[in-house]
Design a protein around this ligand. Sequence first.
Ligand code: DGL
Length: 245
Amino acid sequence: MKIGIFDSGAGGLSVVKSLLEHNLFDEIIYYGDTARVPYGTKDKNTIIRYSLEALEFFNNFDIDLLITACNTVSAYALEEMNTQSNYPVLGVINAGVLAVENSHLAKDDSILIIATRATITSKRYEHELEALGYNNIIALQTGLFVPLVEEGVFDGEILEATMRHYFSSIKEPKAIILGCTHFPMIKEALHNYFDNKPLLIHSGEAIVEYLETRYRLKEREQKAELKIFASDNVAGLRKIADAWL
Ligand code: DGL
């Protein structure tokens, strides 16, 4: 089985990492739109247009399934992408919601969603969780974490100050949805900030759980082959891939 992974840039490698650890596919084609990242600050129509253009890239490969690792794309462009492709396109938001459902969380436990401006504005996570009865949800735009992660800042003073900036008035939540591809890279720092207590929902682990339960995919013996492409600075993306994977 050959799959495509699409992200606005390098962050989707956090999803690739989880997929490689579980070895569900024979071949993974990764495409990061590094020329136009970030998507999370853009408007809906631009996000949809960029996402449909990414489909043209994947037309060069005979993929069986496309996963949009990007939460922002998952929030806005899935329907359009599915109507314009002849393979299924899956996003990470349904998977994150399933991970909450499969957790021990009670319906009134506090859930903090952190994501880009676009993802939070779409209210996708909130609507899906509310439809399942979760009633104690806080949604927060935390876009500054994206460039920090791009710069390789995974701990230290600047990250601490940014967390204080966003979270000083937030009471410790029971769970945090890392609603952005980049945030798994700072999960230790986030966990520490909240005294190691909240359950962290990670898009990569969530999509693996989703594929295993909904698509009944099983681990393979052969290691998956990974091919990495980008719309700009391919060498830079490969360097990040070497460090992260
Ligand atoms: N990949 C985006 C997401 O998961 C974060 C980076 C961006 O804004 O493009 O929402």
